[in-house]
Design a protein around this ligand. Structure first.
Ligand SMILES: [Zn+2]
Length: 283
């Protein structure tokens, strides 16, 4: 899980068709649309359009909002953070929609405080209501766009998310891991591979660096610097899966580069900082 911010509204969600369905639902106090209108699918001149799915996938770089595995137009599920079965008025609310890899998310929505009920708002007014609702209800389930959670966990060498104990919101993190299956054995394996591939990349670069130092070859030194930049670009590219693992490596870079030559660390860190400054998700 990493943070992306929805800063563009989606006009499709508040068009006539959606407003009509929304009005019907709030009148009956029940979500009743069987055509999944929140997907806003339409067809024009034989071409099918998926504006909501595409917007979510673009924003999340084609990855599940929770487990960060790759998804595409076919495999993406548009999920409601607050289940539409309970919060019928939020079925077409942009801030309530998340791209997910499967439909494992349950219709349960546990909260600490009292549930907020629909209070006569227009569909337009409900587009960005999540933050306000979260403040009032205090949900147990983390919303990847509104909560701050990256300080709550680390990854062990098995690729497992380990939650730090006894800090504010650590139980919320545990709840989220349990309810979206974030420590599923398949995910563990794949995240462990990311950690391994970093170590491998680091070792290869360091071997090359030692060779360059030994031979004092100017051309090889230039090539070494080019290699570091390229490897960093590949490994930390935001299109990759499991950015949370990559961010964790950056956070603990001192540990991951421990006992290596100081000058090598300086090069590595210099190029890394320069690269990640240009990428939103690392800021
Ligand atoms: Zn997922």
């Amino acid at each position: 899980m990493v943070k992306y911010i929805k800063n563009t509204s989606l006009l499709h969600l508040v068009d006539e068709k959606r407003v009509e369905a929304f009005r019907k639902d709030v009148k009956n106090q029940k979500y009743s649309d069987t055509n999944s209108l929140y997907k806003c699918k339409y067809q024009e001149e034989g071409i099918k359009y998926f504006p909501v799915k595409d917007a979510l996938n673009t924003m999340y770089k084609n990855k599940c909002a929770y487990c960060e595995t790759q998804i595409n137009r076919t495999s993406t599920n548009i999920e409601h953070y607050r289940p539409k079965s309970i919060y019928y008025a939020l079925a077409y609310s942009w801030s309530n929609l998340l791209p997910m890899c499967n439909s494992k998310k349950s219709n349960r929505f546990d909260i600490v405080n009292q549930r907020v009920c629909y209070n006569g708002e227009t569909l337009q007014e409900l587009q960005y209501i999540t933050k306000k609702y979260n403040k009032l209800e205090k949900p147990n389930f983390i919303h990847p766009e509104f909560d701050s959670y990256e300080h709550l966990f680390r990854f062990n060498t098995k690729g497992e998310i380990v939650v730090y104990k006894n800090i504010l919101n650590s139980d919320k993190m545990i709840y989220t891991i349990t309810h979206s299956d974030l420590n599923h054995h398949n995910l563990l394996k794949r995240r462990a591979k990311v950690l391994e591939s970093f170590i491998k990349m680091r070792n290869n670069l360091f071997d090359y660096y030692e060779m360059v130092i030994e031979t004092q070859n100017k051309d090889k030194f230039i090539k070494f610097k080019k290699n570091i930049q390229e490897e960093i670009k590949i490994f930390f590219n935001d299109e990759n899966e499991f950015i949370a693992v990559r961010k964790y490596i950056i956070k603990r870079l001192r540990f991951f580069l421990a006992k290596l030559d100081k000058k090598f660390v300086m090069f590595f860190n210099g190029y890394l900082q320069k690269y990640i400054r240009t990428i939103e998700v690392y800021r």
